[in-house]
Design a protein around this ligand. Structure first.
Ligand code: ZN
Ligand code: ZN
Length: 404
């Protein structure tokens, strides 16, 4: 027997229903906001992720499914969705057009990390990317869209927001932060020490408790934003207030790559063990340029499907369709003909073996069918069918030609 690979999972039965419900719900809402579907390849040039996700990130240094293909190309299975969408946006020269573009996507992502609950090596994300809109109104709109998606799925959440500043205010802040970190260097963990040189902003979200205590007194970017960033952030909080969307300003919510700027946000749930992120996103106005496109403001997010799988409140599923069965072998082909006709507009479950009445009625329940249609010896002789509506409990025998 061949098992699935470690950290990889089949999606079947109840879980596949949940998956479809999540995608359908998110898709419906994203379309309402003007997003169109985009699908980009799972396999990309490794350089794409080195440049976009960042050479020094854990994802790129440790977690990528990276290999040389048969043509000797350095390729990688996507560890996240944004890079491919941005590459596609630039490749199609959409950065040269004045039209605003909004894309939604969903699909499998791959990261070679230690599998744990809600964290697989092959996992799925639903995401949106909005290009060409510099207004903070778009940041607000995207946050309302995610809130609506979670509401429709019956998932409670906490929202954390932060501002990552811009090329005017971030560099000064980074210098101040490096100064602060250098003074407490000896007390910080080894990861933090490495990051002081490579990516000092990421020190802020170190998970080490001792580091977090030491960082309490660190300078905060939110107090050092330039006027433009400060006005935008205040606008965002005012808009969220008036939309009755609760949020917490989390100054440790950082990304640490230069092309991320201004709004950053994270939706977290307390219902999957420790508090964990179920969606994240923000503005990345410099990424298109960074990947050789024409400077284009952009904002986006991704929802982790596996993270929310068990949190979804599935709608009650009503009985639907018809179950058809024969109680004598001679009637089976009649049943088959009826099923073929009916399947033009109705869900039909058919049993190919003739069975007793009780056994068929078990099949009706298993199929969760609204109607049961059976042909026994009497019906076969008389050219009739036996029909039951499982909702109203009404039963009748009608001529086979009257069955529409
Ligand atoms: Zn700024
Ligand atoms: Zn640390």
């Amino acid at each position: 027997m061949i098992n699935p690979l470690r950290g990889m999972k089949d999606l079947t039965f109840e879980e596949s229903k949940r998956f479809n419900f999540i995608i359908d719900t998110a898709t419906t809402i994203a379309k309402r906001y003007g997003y169109g579907y985009i699908e980009t390849p799972i396999l990309e040039d490794t350089a794409l992720f080195k440049r976009s996700v960042g050479d020094s990130s854990d994802i790129v240094t440790k977690e990528m499914y990276q290999f040389e293909d048969k043509g000797g190309n350095d390729v990688c299975m996507r560890p996240e969705g944004t890079a491919g969408v941005v590459r596609s946006f630039i490749h199609a020269k959409l950065d040269r057009q004045p039209i605003k573009q909004k894309f939604y996507y969903y699909g499998a992502m791959f990261r070679y990390e230690r599998p744990q609950k809600g964290r697989l090596r092959e996992f799925h994300q639903f995401g949106c990317e909005s290009f060409g809109e510099a207004s903070v109104y778009e940041d607000f709109t995207i946050i309302t869209m995610i809130s609506q998606i979670f509401e429709a799925l019956g998932i409670g959440f906490d929202l954390k927001i932060n501002s990552l500043g811009c090329s005017n205010c971030m560099p000064t802040y980074r210098d101040n932060l490096v100064g602060f970190l250098t003074e407490i260097k000896d007390e910080l963990c080894s990861d933090c020490n490495r990051r002081i040189d490579t990516n000092p902003i990421r020190v802020l979200d170190c998970k080490n408790e001792n580091c977090q205590n030491l960082l309490k007194n660190s300078p905060k970017l939110i107090d050092n934003l330039c006027d433009e960033c400060d006005i935008d952030f205040k606008k965002l909080t005012t808009l969220l207030d008036s939309a009755n969307i609760d949020y917490e300003v989390d100054t440790n919510l950082v990304r640490g790559l230069d092309y991320y700027n201004k709004t950053a946000f994270e939706f977290v749930s307390n219902n999957i063990g420790s508090q964990s992120a179920i969606a994240g996103g923000g503005r990345y106005d410099k990424l298109v340029e960074y990947l050789d496109g024409k400077a284009t403001p952009a904002v986006g997010f991704a929802i982790g499907i596996e993270r929310i799988m068990e949190l979804v409140n599935m709608p009650k599923i009503n009985r639907d369709g018809i179950y058809m069965g024969a109680m004598t072998d001679d009637a089976i082909e009649k049943i088959l003909a009826l099923a073929t006709k009916k399947r033009k507009d109705t869900k039909v479950t058919i049993e190919y073996n003739s069975k007793g009445f009780k056994s068929h009625m078990k099949g009706v329940d298993k199929a969760n069918a609204r109607y049961a249609l059976l042909i026994g010896e009497d019906e076969l002789t008389n050219g009739t069918i036996w029909l039951k509506d499982l909702d109203t409990k009404e039963e009748k025998i009608i001529p086979i030609e009257d069955f529409q």
